[in-house]
Design a protein around this ligand. Structure first.
Ligand SMILES: Nc1ncnc2c1ncn2[C@@H]1O[C@H](COP(=O)(O)OP(=O)(O)O)[C@@H](O)[C@H]1O
Ligand SMILES: [Mg+2]
Length: 237
Protein backbone atom coordinates (compact mmCIF):
# COMPACT_ATOMS: atom_id res chain seq x y z
CA UNK A 1 0.00 0.00 0.00
CA UNK A 2 1.41 3.32 -1.06
CA UNK A 3 1.92 5.94 1.61
CA UNK A 4 0.87 8.56 -0.89
CA UNK A 5 -2.70 9.35 -1.90
CA UNK A 6 -1.58 10.09 -5.46
CA UNK A 7 1.64 9.15 -7.15
CA UNK A 8 2.15 10.04 -10.82
CA UNK A 9 5.35 9.00 -12.52
CA UNK A 10 6.56 10.22 -15.92
CA UNK A 11 3.02 10.82 -17.16
CA UNK A 12 2.72 11.86 -20.78
CA UNK A 13 -0.42 12.80 -22.67
CA UNK A 14 -0.94 14.25 -26.14
CA UNK A 15 -4.08 15.21 -28.01
CA UNK A 16 -4.47 14.90 -31.78
CA UNK A 17 -1.78 13.80 -34.20
CA UNK A 18 0.64 15.05 -36.83
CA UNK A 19 0.94 18.82 -37.08
CA UNK A 20 -2.13 19.21 -34.82
CA UNK A 21 -0.57 17.29 -31.97
CA UNK A 22 -0.62 19.02 -28.59
CA UNK A 23 1.64 17.67 -25.86
CA UNK A 24 -0.50 18.41 -22.81
CA UNK A 25 1.68 16.55 -20.25
CA UNK A 26 5.40 16.02 -20.78
CA UNK A 27 6.64 13.37 -18.37
CA UNK A 28 5.05 14.79 -15.27
CA UNK A 29 5.74 13.56 -11.71
CA UNK A 30 3.34 14.39 -8.89
CA UNK A 31 2.88 13.23 -5.30
CA UNK A 32 -0.07 14.07 -3.07
CA UNK A 33 0.11 13.02 0.57
CA UNK A 34 -2.60 11.83 2.89
CA UNK A 35 -3.70 14.64 5.17
CA UNK A 36 -2.90 17.50 2.83
CA UNK A 37 -4.69 19.95 0.61
CA UNK A 38 -2.54 20.16 -2.48
CA UNK A 39 -3.05 22.96 -4.97
CA UNK A 40 -2.00 22.76 -8.59
CA UNK A 41 -1.58 26.18 -10.13
CA UNK A 42 -0.59 27.38 -13.56
CA UNK A 43 -1.79 29.37 -16.57
CA UNK A 44 -4.72 28.33 -18.71
CA UNK A 45 -3.76 25.53 -21.09
CA UNK A 46 -0.78 24.24 -19.06
CA UNK A 47 -2.41 20.82 -18.58
CA UNK A 48 -4.14 21.03 -15.18
CA UNK A 49 -7.48 19.55 -16.23
CA UNK A 50 -5.73 16.89 -18.29
CA UNK A 51 -3.70 15.95 -15.22
CA UNK A 52 -6.81 15.69 -13.01
CA UNK A 53 -8.58 13.60 -15.63
CA UNK A 54 -5.65 11.17 -15.76
CA UNK A 55 -5.28 11.08 -11.97
CA UNK A 56 -8.85 9.86 -11.58
CA UNK A 57 -8.83 7.59 -14.61
CA UNK A 58 -11.26 9.53 -16.81
CA UNK A 59 -8.45 9.83 -19.36
CA UNK A 60 -5.69 7.34 -19.96
CA UNK A 61 -2.06 8.47 -20.01
CA UNK A 62 -0.03 7.69 -23.15
CA UNK A 63 2.96 6.83 -20.93
CA UNK A 64 3.74 6.66 -17.23
CA UNK A 65 1.94 5.30 -14.19
CA UNK A 66 -0.65 6.58 -11.74
CA UNK A 67 -1.16 5.08 -8.28
CA UNK A 68 -4.33 6.33 -6.64
CA UNK A 69 -5.19 5.52 -3.00
CA UNK A 70 -2.95 2.47 -3.17
CA UNK A 71 -4.21 1.13 -6.49
CA UNK A 72 -2.33 1.23 -9.79
CA UNK A 73 -4.99 2.52 -12.19
CA UNK A 74 -3.60 0.64 -15.19
CA UNK A 75 -4.44 -2.66 -13.44
CA UNK A 76 -8.16 -1.88 -13.34
CA UNK A 77 -10.58 -2.66 -16.17
CA UNK A 78 -13.23 -0.14 -17.22
CA UNK A 79 -15.92 -1.34 -14.83
CA UNK A 80 -13.58 -1.63 -11.87
CA UNK A 81 -12.21 1.82 -12.62
CA UNK A 82 -15.69 3.37 -12.74
CA UNK A 83 -16.64 1.65 -9.48
CA UNK A 84 -13.37 2.73 -7.85
CA UNK A 85 -13.91 6.33 -8.90
CA UNK A 86 -17.55 6.53 -7.88
CA UNK A 87 -16.92 5.11 -4.40
CA UNK A 88 -13.48 6.54 -3.50
CA UNK A 89 -13.32 9.94 -5.20
CA UNK A 90 -15.47 13.09 -5.01
CA UNK A 91 -15.47 15.82 -7.66
CA UNK A 92 -16.07 19.56 -7.55
CA UNK A 93 -16.04 21.72 -10.68
CA UNK A 94 -15.97 25.41 -11.53
CA UNK A 95 -19.52 25.39 -12.90
CA UNK A 96 -21.02 23.39 -9.99
CA UNK A 97 -22.62 20.93 -12.48
CA UNK A 98 -25.83 20.61 -10.48
CA UNK A 99 -28.89 19.10 -12.17
CA UNK A 100 -31.33 22.03 -12.54
CA UNK A 101 -34.51 19.92 -12.26
CA UNK A 102 -33.49 18.34 -8.95
CA UNK A 103 -33.57 19.96 -5.53
CA UNK A 104 -30.38 20.53 -3.56
CA UNK A 105 -31.07 17.39 -1.52
CA UNK A 106 -31.77 15.28 -4.60
CA UNK A 107 -28.58 16.54 -6.24
CA UNK A 108 -26.54 15.62 -3.18
CA UNK A 109 -28.20 12.19 -2.95
CA UNK A 110 -27.28 11.37 -6.56
CA UNK A 111 -23.86 9.72 -5.99
CA UNK A 112 -25.38 7.46 -3.31
CA UNK A 113 -28.29 6.49 -5.55
CA UNK A 114 -25.85 5.77 -8.39
CA UNK A 115 -23.78 3.64 -6.01
CA UNK A 116 -26.86 1.50 -5.30
CA UNK A 117 -27.98 2.88 -1.92
CA UNK A 118 -31.72 2.80 -1.27
CA UNK A 119 -33.44 6.06 -2.20
CA UNK A 120 -34.65 6.87 1.32
CA UNK A 121 -31.22 6.30 2.91
CA UNK A 122 -29.61 8.42 0.20
CA UNK A 123 -32.04 11.29 0.86
CA UNK A 124 -31.41 11.13 4.61
CA UNK A 125 -27.64 11.19 4.22
CA UNK A 126 -27.90 14.01 1.70
CA UNK A 127 -30.02 16.05 4.12
CA UNK A 128 -27.50 15.44 6.91
CA UNK A 129 -24.61 16.57 4.69
CA UNK A 130 -26.44 19.76 3.64
CA UNK A 131 -27.15 20.41 7.31
CA UNK A 132 -23.45 20.04 8.11
CA UNK A 133 -22.54 22.56 5.44
CA UNK A 134 -25.08 25.08 6.71
CA UNK A 135 -27.72 24.57 4.04
CA UNK A 136 -30.46 22.88 6.04
CA UNK A 137 -33.07 25.46 5.04
CA UNK A 138 -32.10 25.21 1.36
CA UNK A 139 -32.49 21.43 0.95
CA UNK A 140 -35.72 21.71 -1.04
CA UNK A 141 -34.59 24.58 -3.24
CA UNK A 142 -33.64 24.14 -6.87
CA UNK A 143 -30.17 25.30 -8.02
CA UNK A 144 -31.58 28.40 -9.77
CA UNK A 145 -33.01 29.53 -6.41
CA UNK A 146 -29.56 29.53 -4.78
CA UNK A 147 -26.65 31.97 -4.91
CA UNK A 148 -23.38 30.93 -6.56
CA UNK A 149 -21.77 30.32 -3.17
CA UNK A 150 -24.72 28.22 -2.03
CA UNK A 151 -24.67 26.22 -5.26
CA UNK A 152 -21.00 25.48 -4.73
CA UNK A 153 -21.78 24.35 -1.16
CA UNK A 154 -24.39 21.96 -2.59
CA UNK A 155 -21.73 20.71 -5.01
CA UNK A 156 -19.30 20.20 -2.09
CA UNK A 157 -22.02 18.30 -0.20
CA UNK A 158 -22.52 16.10 -3.24
CA UNK A 159 -18.78 15.49 -3.56
CA UNK A 160 -18.51 14.46 0.11
CA UNK A 161 -21.75 12.57 0.71
CA UNK A 162 -20.26 9.14 -0.07
CA UNK A 163 -17.30 9.82 2.22
CA UNK A 164 -14.54 9.74 -0.41
CA UNK A 165 -10.88 9.51 0.55
CA UNK A 166 -9.88 11.84 -2.25
CA UNK A 167 -11.64 15.01 -3.34
CA UNK A 168 -10.63 16.52 -6.65
CA UNK A 169 -11.60 20.11 -7.47
CA UNK A 170 -11.12 21.84 -10.81
CA UNK A 171 -11.15 25.64 -10.42
CA UNK A 172 -13.78 25.48 -7.63
CA UNK A 173 -13.73 29.21 -6.87
CA UNK A 174 -13.30 30.77 -10.33
CA UNK A 175 -17.03 31.45 -10.75
CA UNK A 176 -17.38 32.95 -7.25
CA UNK A 177 -16.79 36.40 -5.79
CA UNK A 178 -13.87 36.76 -3.37
CA UNK A 179 -15.87 36.25 -0.16
CA UNK A 180 -17.74 33.18 -1.45
CA UNK A 181 -14.49 31.75 -2.79
CA UNK A 182 -12.78 32.04 0.60
CA UNK A 183 -15.84 30.60 2.38
CA UNK A 184 -15.87 27.68 -0.06
CA UNK A 185 -12.22 26.89 0.60
CA UNK A 186 -12.64 27.15 4.37
CA UNK A 187 -15.55 24.72 4.21
CA UNK A 188 -13.69 22.37 1.93
CA UNK A 189 -10.71 22.17 4.29
CA UNK A 190 -12.95 21.60 7.30
CA UNK A 191 -15.27 19.07 5.72
CA UNK A 192 -13.09 17.13 3.29
CA UNK A 193 -9.69 16.91 4.94
CA UNK A 194 -8.53 14.34 7.51
CA UNK A 195 -5.33 12.41 8.20
CA UNK A 196 -6.35 9.59 5.89
CA UNK A 197 -7.75 11.89 3.21
CA UNK A 198 -6.48 14.15 0.50
CA UNK A 199 -7.88 17.15 -1.33
CA UNK A 200 -6.46 18.32 -4.66
CA UNK A 201 -7.49 21.74 -5.92
CA UNK A 202 -6.56 22.96 -9.37
CA UNK A 203 -6.73 26.73 -9.54
CA UNK A 204 -5.31 29.87 -10.99
CA UNK A 205 -7.07 31.89 -8.30
CA UNK A 206 -4.21 33.30 -6.20
CA UNK A 207 -6.74 34.54 -3.60
CA UNK A 208 -7.07 31.01 -2.24
CA UNK A 209 -3.38 29.96 -2.12
CA UNK A 210 -3.31 30.35 1.67
CA UNK A 211 -5.57 27.32 2.05
CA UNK A 212 -2.97 24.99 0.54
CA UNK A 213 -0.49 22.85 2.44
CA UNK A 214 1.62 22.73 -0.71
CA UNK A 215 1.34 24.38 -4.11
CA UNK A 216 2.58 22.68 -7.24
CA UNK A 217 3.17 25.07 -10.13
CA UNK A 218 2.81 23.81 -13.67
CA UNK A 219 3.83 25.28 -16.99
CA UNK A 220 3.45 23.80 -20.40
CA UNK A 221 2.75 20.23 -19.25
CA UNK A 222 5.46 20.10 -16.60
CA UNK A 223 5.86 20.77 -12.87
CA UNK A 224 8.09 23.81 -12.46
CA UNK A 225 8.10 24.24 -8.67
CA UNK A 226 6.65 22.95 -5.41
CA UNK A 227 6.10 25.40 -2.57
CA UNK A 228 5.31 24.87 1.11
CA UNK A 229 5.75 22.01 3.48
CA UNK A 230 2.74 20.04 4.53
CA UNK A 231 2.34 19.81 8.28
CA UNK A 232 0.68 16.49 7.66
CA UNK A 233 2.68 13.33 8.17
CA UNK A 234 2.04 10.77 5.48
CA UNK A 235 0.35 7.81 7.15
CA UNK A 236 -0.95 4.46 6.10
CA UNK A 237 -4.68 4.67 5.36
N1 LIG B 1 -9.91 17.22 -25.84
C1 LIG B 1 -8.88 17.93 -26.28
N2 LIG B 1 -8.49 17.88 -27.58
C2 LIG B 1 -7.43 18.58 -28.03
N3 LIG B 1 -6.65 19.37 -27.25
C3 LIG B 1 -6.99 19.46 -25.94
C4 LIG B 1 -8.10 18.75 -25.39
N4 LIG B 1 -8.17 19.03 -24.06
C5 LIG B 1 -7.17 19.88 -23.81
N5 LIG B 1 -6.44 20.12 -24.93
C6 LIG B 1 -5.23 20.99 -25.01
O1 LIG B 1 -4.28 20.47 -24.09
C7 LIG B 1 -3.62 21.53 -23.40
C8 LIG B 1 -3.89 21.41 -21.90
O2 LIG B 1 -5.27 21.64 -21.66
P1 LIG B 1 -5.94 21.57 -20.21
O3 LIG B 1 -5.50 20.32 -19.56
O4 LIG B 1 -7.40 21.78 -20.36
O5 LIG B 1 -5.25 22.83 -19.48
P2 LIG B 1 -5.73 23.71 -18.24
O6 LIG B 1 -6.75 22.93 -17.47
O7 LIG B 1 -4.47 23.97 -17.45
O8 LIG B 1 -6.29 24.97 -18.79
C9 LIG B 1 -4.15 22.81 -24.02
O9 LIG B 1 -3.24 23.21 -25.04
C10 LIG B 1 -5.49 22.41 -24.60
O10 LIG B 1 -5.83 23.23 -25.69
MG1 LIG C 1 -8.74 23.43 -16.92
Amino acid sequence: MSRLAIQCRAVEKSYGSGGERVRALRGLDLDARYGELLMIAGPSGCGKTTLLSIVCGILQADKGEVDLLGTRLSTLGDRALTAFRSTRVGFIFQQFNLIPTLTARENVAMPLVLNGHPYSTAQKQAAAMLDRLGLKDRANHFPAQLSGGQQQRVAISRALVHNPQLVICDEPTSALDAASGLATMRLLREAALALDRCVVVVTHDSRIFDFADRIVSMEDGEVTSIRGQSAATPIKP
